[in-house]
Design a protein around this ligand. Structure first.
Ligand code: AMP
Length: 368
């Protein structure tokens, strides 16, 4: 039976991945009466605490995937680096059961496919080129006449991992760059012009199976050591930037026939030029504030859309600042526990590691 013909309480949702995004999605599903089965390699993962069952197996374990498919009506994923073969197998077992659709995952897993897709849809990005050697990097610098660039692996990069910034005037003496190119010599690499952006924003679009869309943001994102540090809403952008960012988000959502939630990260340059940096076919760290500041959070809307329910109007009732607790930041928890208007979310991770997202705090303010 398709999920739409079921009452929410009759639906079982499968989530591939067991991190904090899976955990907050599972909490939202449970609030709607939807049961959740998590599939991830570790039994004791953050999402498992909110699920009725966790299947702990590798993503290529066909017998475990068959069990997962049999126990669920619809399946979504909480991060984009799930192997495409896993999605293909689940789709083979139950056609139409995985949302958002595989093609979107395919595009967002690979920076070259992603930027090609965006440019083909007349959506601006930084200038970019595929490179495989220092000579390619030098030639591209000359062609662009640029000062700085970033080189990124095309797959599996996140939070600044798998990327290096360089100066066009100092390519052959840059030891880190030489080592990076040497280590990555068997992989495809993308070279991007370094954008001297004014600031970074993101927009989250939720689209249901009827094609209706709702938006979160744009929100202002500030990073520390390439990891999101704070997100602020409202972002303070002009009405032009707000409208343009939502328009781009809607165009991408319609182009891929999105059912679920999609995040678009932008660089805002020269006050009102928007360049898309990245898209993620999922809920996003920059939307966590919506749990506490909206009637319907990004997580609930993702669940609603993939389960065949109507998308809800977010209806933000408060301004908000979301602060990530990274690594040792969690040791300050006693202080946050005494603060007014601080909504505390901890992910249940037992080991503190540098750069690891342990939780977040959303501080609410009266809406301006
Ligand atoms: P990414 O993994 O592509 O999302 O990059 C992580 C962060 O690095 C971005 O949010 C930016 O702050 C910065 N960054 C990435 N690419 C560029 C670029 N081409 N120009 C300037 N900053 C960049």
């Amino acid at each position: 039976m398709s999920p739409s013909s079921l009452l929410p309480s009759h639906i079982t949702l499968g989530i591939l991945g067991g991190g904090q995004l899976g955990r907050m999605s599972a909490v939202a599903a449970v609030r709607l009466g939807i049961g959740v089965v998590i599939f991830c390699p570790e039994k004791d993962c953050p999402a498992s605490y909110a699920a009725k069952e966790t299947i702990a197996a590798d993503y290529n374990d066909e017998s475990a995937l068959r069990d997962f498919s049999a126990k669920t009506d619809v399946i979504s994923y909480e991060f984009e680096n799930i192997p495409v073969e896993t999605i293909e197998y689940l789709e083979f077992l139950k056609p139409g059961s995985v949302l958002p659709e595989r093609s979107l995952l395919d595009v967002s897993q690979d920076r070259i496919k992603e930027k090609s897709f965006l440019n083909e849809h007349d959506i601006e990005t930084v200038r970019w080129k595929t490179v495989s050697s220092l000579e390619d990097v030098e030639a591209t610098c000359k062609e662009w006449g640029s000062k700085h660039f970033v080189i990124k692996t095309t797959r599996f990069g996140y939070d600044g991992k798998g990327q290096i910034k360089g100066e066009c005037s100092d390519i052959l003496d840059n030891r880190e760059l030489i080592a990076f190119m040497e280590n990555a010599k068997d992989q495809a690499l993308i070279m991007e012009e370094f954008s001297a952006f004014d600031y970074e924003v993101s927009v989250i679009v939720a689209r249901d199976k009827f094609g209706k869309t709702e938006f979160y943001g744009p929100m202002l994102n500030e990073h520390k050591n390439h990891i999101l540090h704070t997100t602020t809403v409202p972002c303070g952008s002009s009405t032009g930037v707000i409208a343009q960012s939502r328009d781009i988000a809607e165009r991408i959502a319609n182009a891929v026939n999105l059912v679920g939630v999609l995040t678009i990260e932008f660089f805002v340059c020269n006050s009102d030029t928007l360049l898309v940096n990245e898209i993620a076919p999922r809920t996003h760290n920059s939307g966590h504030w919506s749990i506490d500041a909206c009637a319907v959070s990004q997580f609930e809307n993702h669940i609603r859309c993939v389960c065949g329910l109507n998308v809800g109007a977010p209806r933000r009732h408060s301004d908000a600042v979301m602060l990530n607790l990274i690594g040792n930041d969690i040791r300050e928890i006693d202080d946050y526990l005494t603060r007014e208007s601080a909504c505390i979310h901890l992910y249940g991770k037992k080991d503190i590691k540098e750069g690891r997202k342990m939780g977040h705090i959303t501080t609410l303010r009266n809406k301006t």
